[in-house]
Design a protein around this ligand. Structure first.
Ligand SMILES: [Zn+2]
Length: 246
């Protein structure tokens, strides 16, 4: 009788063991960068009700408004600070860029003005910056200003020559480094998202970034059930901040 009941339960799928990956809560911090020019494009991000980070460009039409509404939606607002790249065309149509030719005081003023245009951000991350993030003097001036405001830094690695981890450590600025981009190249977002889920299951945690205009938010929204099935949960990027004073 017991055996029959067991067989019946198995047939009904009641006793099918969950895959082991479903019981492990792998953690993903996901940051959507390039907010500021439009409010409508944020709708799929807000609709997911997850604690994503939102990188907001300075001095754009909706920069200040987005910084406010993002926090109200449970997101972590971040200043997406333009830093000089090796190829200036990579910057796109942004203002408030830190250039390596600037003196320290001008860098500090630039970062402060950018921060003032997105009041209430929790941290700062870099837009471009393959040249600036390799420059110790420039990154010292940038991170001193970040520290003076009581903020942290999220590095989007742009060059193997980056001095950001070292300078952040010296200045005791909490740092989190982005591990993977989901929309490079933009035509392979779904494939990259599946690779992210697999990496999160393997390593336990991943910090990922994507750009709003590539269509990544809508793709991720559609793929939320795949995250859930794998037992992957989204956590704020602040969960991975590291502070390694010398
Ligand atoms: Zn960017």
């Amino acid at each position: 009788m017991v055996r029959l009941a067991l067989i019946a339960a198995l047939c009904a799928g009641l006793l099918v063991p969950r895959p082991s990956s479903g019981t492990v809560h792998a953690r993903v911090a996901l940051i959507f960068d390039h907010a500021g020019a439009s409010l409508a494009e944020l709708a799929p991000i807000y609709a997911m009700h997850e604690p994503f980070g939102l990188g907001i460009f300075p001095n754009m039409r909706y920069s200040a408004e987005i910084a406010r509404t993002a926090a109200a939606h449970g997101l972590t607002p971040i200043l997406h600070l333009p830093l000089e790249p090796n190829h200036p065309a990579d910057l796109g149509p942004v203002t408030g860029t830190v250039w390596v030719r600037m003196a320290d005081a001008e860098i500090a003023r630039t970062v402060e003005r950018d921060l003032d245009s997105v009041p209430g951000v929790a941290g700062v991350n870099n837009h471009a910056g393959s040249r600036a993030t390799a420059d110790r003097r420039v990154m010292t001036a940038v991170l001193r200003t970040v520290k003076a405001r009581g903020l942290w830094f999220n590095e989007n690695p742009e060059t193997p020559q980056s001095v950001v981890p070292e300078v952040a450590r010296q200045l005791d600025v909490p740092l989190v480094v982005t591990g993977t981009y989901l929309d490079i190249p933009p035509e392979h977002i779904a494939r990259n998202v599946r690779a992210l889920i697999a990496e999160a299951e393997r390593r336990g945690s991943v910090v990922a970034a994507a750009h709003i205009a590539t269509g990544a938010p809508a793709v991720i929204q559609k793929m939320l059930p795949e995250f859930r099935r794998a037992g992957v949960v989204f956590v704020p990027v602040t969960a991975f901040l590291e502070r390694r004073a010398p």
